[in-house]
Ligand binder design. Structure first.
Ligand SMILES: [Zn+2]
Length: 281
């Protein structure tokens, strides 16, 4: 029998069965708090405005909240994997007014001769689709990366910048493929197409980084020499260029500046190269 029974006599019959200390509600709230919250991509990004170095317009872009997104791992080729979001999608900044596009680390750096080339060859002709999505879809992200690459070619950008765009484009294709695999959209044709594109970008990234390593200094695209050598080693092993892959591994293992984490990664890569060579014989 409830302590409040009898309230109906006071005209408060609806309140007769109230839980005095709200225990049931507290238990419910506690249960809710323990349920894992589903992280949504839209909550992990924000709108930021950049200044276009080509035409001086304000450039809106969606940027990942690095402090909020949780890193859950990295692929062998250093592609980062975050919970609930593919960070790679959010790195290309595109000016809707003139079409100038670059990955964020290169975006502000544009000389006036380069701006002139972009105005002539890109701004004059480009038609930018007007997406209204809350997040960048893979289709939209792929277009942004293609524009970044063509901009880098038109402005005669460094080999390292083009290689870096190709590397990240390969990661984008991988993320795209992973996102459609085991869904209705993941037809065998699409999966095969995305895989083929990833391979082509990997080949181009490799060529560009080989050239950049010969002609440019470090840091390169924010990476030190050890990191670039490691990445080249991974790409070379993937492309079955075992002489180059082994040379990169040795240079890391004998380096006095490589930290233990990099040396461990290099040792894993060395084992993999030896296994691959054995299996390919
Ligand atoms: Zn612009």
């Amino acid at each position: 029998m409830s302590l409040l029974s009898g309230l109906s006599g006071l005209g408060l019959n609806d309140l007769e069965s109230m839980d005095i200390y709200g225990e049931a509600e507290k238990a419910e709230a506690k249960k809710k708090a323990q349920e894992p919250v589903k992280i949504e991509e839209k909550d992990l990004i924000y709108e930021k405005t950049f200044k276009c170095p080509c035409c001086d317009s304000d450039v809106p872009a969606k940027i990942m909240k690095t402090g909020k997104a949780k890193l859950i791992g990295t692929d062998q080729d250093l592609r980062p994997r975050y919970e609930g979001i593919d960070a790679v999608k959010y790195d290309a900044i595109l000016c809707p007014a003139c079409g100038y596009t670059a990955l964020s680390r290169f975006f502000p750096n544009l000389t006036s001769p380069q701006a002139k080339l972009i105005k002539e060859k890109i701004s004059a002709n480009v038609k930018i689709p007007n997406y209204k999505n809350e997040i960048y879809s893979y289709e939209e992200a792929v277009e942004r990366y293609q524009l970044a690459l063509v901009n880098a070619v038109v402005k005669h950008g460094r080999a390292s910048e083009k290689a870096y765009i190709c590397m990240k484009s390969a990661w984008l294709m991988r993320g795209y493929r992973e996102s459609v695999t085991d869904t209705d959209r993941g037809t065998p044709e699409l999966v095969a197409e995305l895989k083929a594109k990833e391979e082509e970008y990997i080949q181009n990234a490799y060529n560009g980084f080989v050239e950049a390593r010969q002609n440019e200094g470090f840091p390169m695209c924010g990476m030190d020499e050890i990191t670039v050598d490691y990445l080249l080693g991974v790409l070379a092993a993937h492309l079955k260029k075992y002489d180059v892959a082994s040379r990169m591994v040795s240079s890391i293992l004998t380096s006095t500046s490589a930290n233990n984490r990099m040396k461990d990664k290099a040792r894993d890569l060395k084992e993999q190269i030896m296994l691959q060579m054995k299996n390919n014989k």
